[in-house]
Design a protein around this ligand. Structure first.
Ligand SMILES: Cc1cc2nc3c(=O)[nH]c(=O)nc-3n(C[C@H](O)[C@H](O)[C@H](O)COP(=O)(O)OP(=O)(O)OC[C@H]3O[C@@H](n4cnc5c(N)ncnc54)[C@H](O)[C@@H]3O)c2cc1C
Ligand SMILES: *[C@@H]1O[C@H](CO)[C@@H](O)[C@H](O)[C@H]1NC(C)=O
Ligand SMILES: *[C@@H]1O[C@H](CO)[C@@H](O)[C@H](O)[C@H]1NC(C)=O
Ligand SMILES: *[C@@H]1O[C@H](CO)[C@@H](O)[C@H](O)[C@H]1NC(C)=O
Length: 488
């Protein structure tokens, strides 16, 4: 609880603080960025709130400087300036971390905003695409489309950045078929703590390659990704089954039916599904990647009696991605900044909630003081391709997860209250399996979690700490939850 209080106390702090009065850092960065790059120091006349640009207004961000390099060489020069002068460094790509890019790093990081790194090329022999790490997901979709109707797995919010997304997992509707976004990475260019620029792949700097696929923020700055791509999926069906209001028993029963349905190991990978619980609605949505006939043959509706169902057929990939984006905007406000707090939970096929726990969850939800009407629980069906990969093959460890929960509480008027936080914490306690280590998704950063690194990287944490010791012993790339060097 101490952690909760600390965060809450910090909430009143201004988003821009810490005077940039370190002349050595200043002159080093100004020299490094002479060629069209830019740097903004807190306290400078030209420093704008927009340079800091928080996504979660509930969490203060107080960098010493925000830099806007235009090349990998400039990124390396910025890292060198920071490391030589005793500053730590965090990258920023789309700026959509739930805890902002330096996780409320109030101790004055040098931020490397990658928005100028927009390079793109497609190798039409291998269909490998090279993508600058400042590219937002919406632009990734469009560029891959324009370069030969190609696609890759990623999440549904177009304002999220590839830099933060491809390096923490990157789960989306096609992940059951094609893997997480990071499973597409075949090579990356990375700036390390000693400011060298290296290529990392299965055959070169393998440890760096392994670490950036799931935990990059503590290991370096990826300036460019090379990814495998797939042909764009063709026809798809978007479906929706809604239960408006409903009694506690009806809702619990529908959840049980959905969980039983998605935990059938034979269920097709072409089906994506999410169950969303809101103040007065339970809704099952998803995409089936196939024709209307194939969809009808699945007869999903009969699984969820008592709901109102509807489905639309979408023929083109860009239309489908646009449709997901609209949905994401409805759920999370999309790219728009707000005060919120979020947590994640995971279940494997072996430790799914039993009927008793599900009943308790719905009883608690229907009786709890939530401190807001704007809360929701999103249960995402995972499994499939992402789970074909061994958990030690990439830093991203959660290869056995069948079901993820993202829980959110939002305050449109001001700071998130303790009542709101308590609601999510109690949901979390109720549903976390006792006999399993707690697993959290590295992409849904939860700054109040006491053992963040263990929850994000699980059994891969010891190897991450070894690699950290090797390539960043001074802990130049850090935030409050990144892995520490092994000897610490
Ligand atoms: C509206 C919304 C919808 C989302 N939907 C999904 C979804 O469908 N599926 C899913 O998996 N996730 C989803 N997420 C979570 C999202 O993937 C993560 O928040 C992601 O880390 C954001 O990346 P970013 O570049 O926008 O954020 P940033 O805040 O810029 O970066 C996030 C973290 O990554 C680090 N980082 C950024 N770029 C680099 C780089 N080039 N090299 C090294 N480290 C880097 C930063 O230092 C920071 O620690 C969603 C988030 C939001 C806000
Ligand atoms: C289905 O829709 C109808 C008409 O909008 C509504 O009256 C009914 O309550 C809905 N049923 C469920 C289960 O949501
Ligand atoms: C759990 O509930 C479902 C639906 O209500 C029921 O079909 C199933 O038999 C129950 N399982 C157990 C183990 O009681
Ligand atoms: C920088 O660090 C990497 C990883 O530890 C190492 O391989 C490389 O030799 C170092 N480069 C320099 C110039 O010291």
């Amino acid at each position: 609880m101490a952690v909760v209080r600390n965060l809450m106390l910090a909430l009143g702090a201004a988003s821009v603080a810490i005077a940039g009065n370190d002349d050595k850092l200043k002159s080093c960065l100004q020299y490094a960025l002479t060629d069209s790059g830019r740097v903004a120091f807190a306290g400078d006349p030209f420093y704008q709130a927009a340079d800091v640009n928080r996504y979660n207004l509930n969490i203060p961000v107080t960098p010493a400087a925000v830099t806007f390099p235009t090349s990998s060489q400039q990124v390396a020069a910025v890292v060198k300036c920071a490391a030589d002068n005793g500053y730590h460094v965090q990258a920023k790509s789309g700026g959509h971390s739930y805890a902002n890019y330096c996780l409320g790093g109030t101790d004055g990081a040098v931020v490397v905003d990658l928005k100028n790194l927009q390079q793109f090329s497609m190798d039409s022999k291998t269909w490998h695409a090279t993508i600058g790490s400042g590219t937002l997901l919406g632009d990734v979709t469009r560029k891959l489309h324009d370069a030969g109707a190609r696609a890759m797995s990623h999440g549904t919010c177009p304002q999220v950045g590839s830099g933060g997304h491809f390096t923490i997992g990157g789960l989306g509707p096609t992940s059951r078929q094609f893997g997480a976004a990071l499973d597409h990475i075949v090579e990356a260019e990375v700036v390390l703590a000693n400011s060298s620029i290296v290529r990392a792949s299965e055959t070169e700097n393998q440890d760096v390659f392994w670490a950036i696929k799931g935990a990059a923020s503590g290991f370096g700055i990826v300036t460019e990704f090379t990814v495998r791509t797939e042909p764009e999926p063709g026809t798809a069906v978007k479906y929706e089954y809604t239960l408006k209001i409903g009694s506690t028993e009806e809702r619990a029963s529908l959840f049980k039916q959905w969980q039983a349905y998605i935990s059938n190991p034979k269920l097709t990978r072409k089906l994506a599904s999410t169950l969303t619980l809101l103040e007065d609605t339970l809704i099952i949505t998803g995409t089936f990647f196939g024709t209307e006939e194939e969809y009808e043959a699945l007869d999903i509706g009969s699984q969820f009696p008592g709901t109102n169902g509807s489905a639309i057929v979408i023929q083109d990939w860009l239309g489908l991605v646009g449709n997901w984006a609209e949905e994401a905007a409805l759920e999370l406000g999309g790219g728009i900044a707000a005060n919120f707090y979020a947590k994640s939970n995971a279940w494997t096929p072996k430790n799914l909630m039993n009927n008793e726990t599900i009943d308790k969850l719905f009883e608690y939800i229907d009786s709890a003081d939530k401190g807001t009407l704007i809360w929701f629980l999103l249960f995402d069906f995972q499994g499939g391709y992402t789970n074909d990969i061994p958990s030690d093959a990439t830093a991203y460890a959660h290869r056995d997860v069948l079901l993820w929960l993202q829980s959110y509480t939002i305050n449109l008027l001001g700071s998130v209250s303790q009542t709101q936080v308590d609601f999510l914490e109690h949901v979390n306690e109720l549903i976390t399996p006792d006999d399993y280590p707690y697993a959290a998704y590295p992409g849904y950063v939860d700054p109040l979690m006491p053992n963040g690194a263990e929850a994000y990287w699980g059994s891969n944490l010891p190897r991450l700490q070894q690699i950290k010791e090797q390539i960043d012993p001074q802990n130049v790339f850090r935030n409050p939850q990144s892995p520490l060097p092994a000897t610490n």
